[in-house]
Design a protein around this ligand. Structure first.
Ligand code: 5AD
Ligand code: SF4
Length: 470
């Protein structure tokens, strides 16, 4: 899981439906929230809502929130302050504006949100958002509604399937949540408390959703879970399936060209999953496998349940199975008790693994997690210094990886129009953004390109055919 996404959900066919209510969904946090936002859009669509990318024209503003670090939650409260003013201004014009809070802050804070931000009409948790239309109807009666139960029913069974036209409007890549919750209890992390214990979606449900996505033109699916490689379910003939088995099954779906999954815990990388990386060309050679720290002492205090050496051995096994795999990771600096020596161990493991991509954070105390009660909290100043050194190293590795691609030919999934006319932005097998001269009518195609240069956050390429003809 990384949390750098803050995008509104694309508006499907917004112009076509007149006089319907409009919802603006603001997504904070990880890809799982991005997926949930699309599914909340589906639930509201069946109530006549269309999604809009213009906050100003919305009748309902929904914040799908993240609680992973303190700053993420603070952002929600300041956004709610601005929305309160907007609601007042609307009321003066005699127009309705409803405000909803969903996601992990909703789950963690519940009623507290209404106390701190009384303009909020609905607070709805990640396990109950299929009940969003009902909650809105009840809230229209005048009293705010808080629904953050762990629903006994499976929300996925109650959500309407996404309209094919809506899927198409969202693009040729899609997320599909297969697993929710986490039982690992890393001592810094709120996820086991906000998202609850691990639940896996059944095979048939996942295959049906993947098939529908593929039939609607999606070429690449990223399977999501807070701890996705802990996914387990009953396969055909009552066999116990793990994520590797699921990937072999999904690789058979016609039209589906690429599979990815995120985020994984090192302890749950089983042989079947590593075999899938060896056998399936559909499974992209990119793996987000957070280690958090390189110090065994800190890993123990974090309750990661593996050592630095065990992680390195695992990476070696994965690379033996798939030599061109690019590694990505998450790191936390300044966990309580982290010494200069521990931090050096983190730099050392980064050197050894050589990451193509990484996310790094200063430790943020989360009340209610065991980490919050530990002694020897690290000063903000030291955290900032360490983060800067770590990020410099990770950026160097990232740049080296990008440069190493120059001159090579790779398959590019054409995704969306580029900034310049005649250009299209595609995605490489290693999740890089690549600009290439192509027609927008080719979006959805996978074409061979030769990488000719690197930019700050992307690569430049030309169609490989052109080079061959030159
Ligand atoms: N402080 C800082 N970073 C955190 N993460 C999770 N909890 C915290 C915290 N309390 C980071 C981890 C995780 C990523 C999603 O966010 O690196 O892998
Ligand atoms: Fe949080 Fe650890 Fe679970 Fe990841 S594995 S969600 S960091 S508790």
């Amino acid at each position: 899981m990384n949390e750098h996404v803050s995008i509104p959900v694309a508006a499907p066919d917004a112009g076509e439906i007149k006089n319907s209510r409009k919802v603006f969904i603001k997504t904070y946090g990880c890809q799982m929230n991005v997926y949930d936002s699309t599914r909340m859009g589906d639930a509201l669509a069946s109530e006549g809502y269309v999604t809009t990318e213009e906050m100003g024209e919305a009748d309902l503003i929904l914040l799908n929130t993240c609680h992973i670090r303190e700053k993420a939650a603070d952002k929600v409260y300041s956004a709610l302050g601005r929305l309160r003013d907007m609601k007042k201004a609307r009321a003066a014009e005699g127009r309705e504006l409803m405000i909803g809070v969903a996601g992990c802050v909703a789950q963690a804070e519940g009623e507290e949100i209404i106390r701190r931000a009384p303009a909020v009409d609905v607070v709805i948790g990640p396990q109950t958002y299929h009940r969003l239309p009902e909650a809105l109807r009840r809230a229209r009666g005048g009293k705010p509604v808080v629904d953050t139960d762990y629903a006994v029913e499976d929300k996925f069974e109650h959500l309407p399937a996404t309209e094919k036209a809506t899927i198409r409007s969202r693009g040729v890549t899609a997320f599909l949540t297969v697993q929710e919750g986490c039982d690992k209890f890393c001592t810094f992390c709120v996820v086991p408390y906000t998202r609850g214990s691990e639940v896996s979606r059944p095979v048939a449900q996942i295959v049906a959703e993947a098939q529908r996505l593929a039939e609607s033109g999606v070429r690449e699916i990223t399977l999501l879970g807070q701890n996705v490689n802990a996914w387990r379910a009953e396969g055909p003939n009552g066999r116990d399936w793990s994520l590797g088995d699921l990937l072999y099954r999904l690789a058979e779906i016609p039209g589906l060209a690429r599979l990815r999954y995120t985020t994984s815990h090192p302890r749950d990388m089983d042989d079947r999953l590593i075999d899938a990386h060896r056998d399936l060309r559909t499974l992209m050679p990119y793996l987000h496998l957070p280690v958090q720290s390189g110090s065994d002492r800190i890993l123990k205090a974090m309750n990661r349940r593996h050592t630095g050496q065990e992680y390195l051995r695992l990476v070696e096994r994965i690379r033996t199975a798939r030599a061109d795999i690019a590694m990505s990771g998450d790191f936390i600096v300044g966990f309580p008790g982290e010494t200069d020596g521990d931090f050096e161990d983190t730099l050392r493991i980064v050197e050894e693994v050589n990451y193509a991509q990484a996310f790094s954070f200063k430790y943020s105390t989360r009340p209610g997690t065991p980490g919050a009660d530990l002694a020897d909290h690290v000063s903000e100043e030291v955290k900032a210094e360490r983060l800067e050194r770590l990020q410099a190293l990770l950026l160097k590795q990232q740049a080296r990886f990008a440069t190493s691609c120059v001159g090579s030919v790779m398959d590019l999934l054409l995704e969306k129009p580029g900034r310049m006319p005649g250009q299209v932005i595609g995605r490489s097998p290693w999740l890089q953004s690549v600009n290439v001269d192509a027609k927008t009518s080719q979006i959805g195609d996978i074409i061979p390109v030769r990488i000719i240069g690197t930019g700050p956050n992307s690569l430049f390429a030309e169609p490989a055919e052109r080079l061959m003809g030159a």
